[in-house]
Design a protein around this ligand. Structure first.
Ligand code: NGQ
Ligand code: ZN
Length: 416
């Protein structure tokens, strides 16, 4: 069984019910600007891949200022919802035509500034993106701003690593097996300092599973396990489609799977085999990915409810050792945070002890009440690195940040 936090997860203190802050293991900050704007039917062929074209059209409008404004609002919302750290899977590196900015790290700098402005901890994951598919085809024009060669990518990592401090970690992200040729993957992995966190999108859509089998002779997770030293420093994002051997292989590797239930539902990805993965002792955490929702409770609720709908039974994540589903889910997320983010301490959040929904709550049921019946309004205070950034449900700079976000959205949408 996975390690379980032995002290109580929630403790009552004078400020309320205190729980560990939640790490958000997967974010593309710019996509917050399109939340709710890709929900118009274009026909029965609508899919992840047609959504991606909409996403690319919005991505093309971003510059460092817009990215800063959107990411700042997003990170503020994350903090108010109880997320204290975010792994930013960042691939909008260059200008839309693919030319580097005068300051090559300008887009990364915008994300670092957004995190510092809000007080969230940032694990910046600059993304290596080289090819348009498993066959190694060149990037399409709309993907050119994502591109690096191996040397350029390693230089970017070096430049960003020099800025690491108590609030910033820099890891490595491979966009996906389709976007990173095998030899480039090997070259990058062998050049990384020990202890670098590595994140990769894998096995999200059946089309990529089939293409990987056709071109690399194995399913993507199998291929990755066979071609890289996947260990506790790795985070496999989505890993939705797994066969029994892959479930055992990922669990046995001690890697963390980053599940993004609201985005995976929104994009029609499929359902992760949670029960089998838990039975194999697998580690997992959550991410809000495209940010159609910015709420750890909604991610966890969707995760459990998807499994209930599929299995037609209840309390799927519970076990004989820990019958509370909410506690099981929150403890798994707390236990996986450091391995994926590189930060040892996740900060704390306090649920409002005066909320009617928590009347009569006990140490044994407060996690279930929050995950299954509450929402972010129950989060009263949030503390990161000893600093209280959310007080009485409100981030210290909420109004100023929202004002800049509104201006940014007006500019972004005017360009449509
Ligand atoms: C991304 N998002 O990189 O933003 C991807 C879509 C792709 C998700 N996979 C693009 N949820 O995978 O090619
Ligand atoms: Zn993603």
């Amino acid at each position: 069984m996975p390690a379980v936090t032995t002290p109580p997860l929630a403790v009552a203190d004078p400020r309320g019910w205190r729980l560990p802050g939640v790490a958000n293991l997967h974010s593309h900050a710019f996509q917050r600007a399109m939340a709710g704007l890709a929900e118009r039917g274009g026909g029965p062929q609508d899919s992840f891949w047609t959504w991606r074209e909409t996403m690319y059209r919005i991505a093309a409008r971003f510059d460092p200022d817009l990215l800063h404004a959107v990411a700042t609002q997003l990170y503020l919302e994350m903090l108010e919802a109880g997320y204290t750290a975010v792994c930013e899977f960042h691939y909008l590196h260059h200008a839309p035509d693919g030319a580097p900015y005068a300051t090559p790290t300008a887009m990364s700098d915008a994300l670092v500034a957004a995190a510092r402005d809000t007080g969230i901890r940032l694990t910046l994951l600059p993304v290596l993106y080289m090819a348009g598919g498993f066959d190694g085809r060149a990037l399409a024009d709309r993907q050119r701003r994502f591109a690096h060669d191996v040397d350029g990518y390693l230089r970017l990592l070096d430049a960003l690593r020099a800025r690491q401090d108590a609030t910033l970690r820099v890891g490595c992200a491979l966009h996906s097996l389709r976007a990173v040729p095998a030899d480039a993957m090997r070259a990058v992995l062998s050049a990384l300092p020990a202890d670098t966190r590595v994140h990769v999108h894998v096995s999200e859509q059946l089309a990529e599973v089939e293409e990987c089998v056709a071109l690399r002779g194995a399913r993507p997770v199998r291929w990755l396990l066979d071609h890289a030293d996947v260990d506790a420093g790795w985070t496999l994002v989505h890993a939705t489609h797994l066969d029994a051997g892959e479930i055992a292989g990922v669990a046995g590797s001690s890697a963390t799977v980053a599940l993004c239930p609201t985005t995976e539902a929104n994009l029609g990805d499929g359902l992760f085999p949670l029960r089998a993965y838990l039975d194999a002792g697998g580690r997992w955490g959550i991410g809000s990915d495209s940010h159609v929702s910015v709420s750890p409770v909604e991610e966890l609720r969707w995760l459990e409810y998807g499994q209930r709908l599929l299995a037609q039974r209840r309390n799927v994540a519970a076990s004989a050792q820990i019958p509370s589903v909410g506690r099981t889910l929150l403890a798994a997320v707390a236990d996986s945070a450091a391995a994926s983010t590189g930060f040892d301490d996740s900060g704390s959040l306090w649920l409002d002890p005066h909320a009617p929904l928590l009347a009569g709550a006990t140490v044994g049921d407060v996690a279930d009440r929050w995950v299954f019946a509450g929402n972010r309004a129950l989060v009263r205070d949030v503390e990161v690195g000893g600093v209280r950034v959310v007080v009485d449900g409100v981030h210290r700079d909420r109004d100023a940040i929202a004002g800049r976000f509104r201006n940014a959205m007006a500019r972004l949408l005017a360009e449509g």
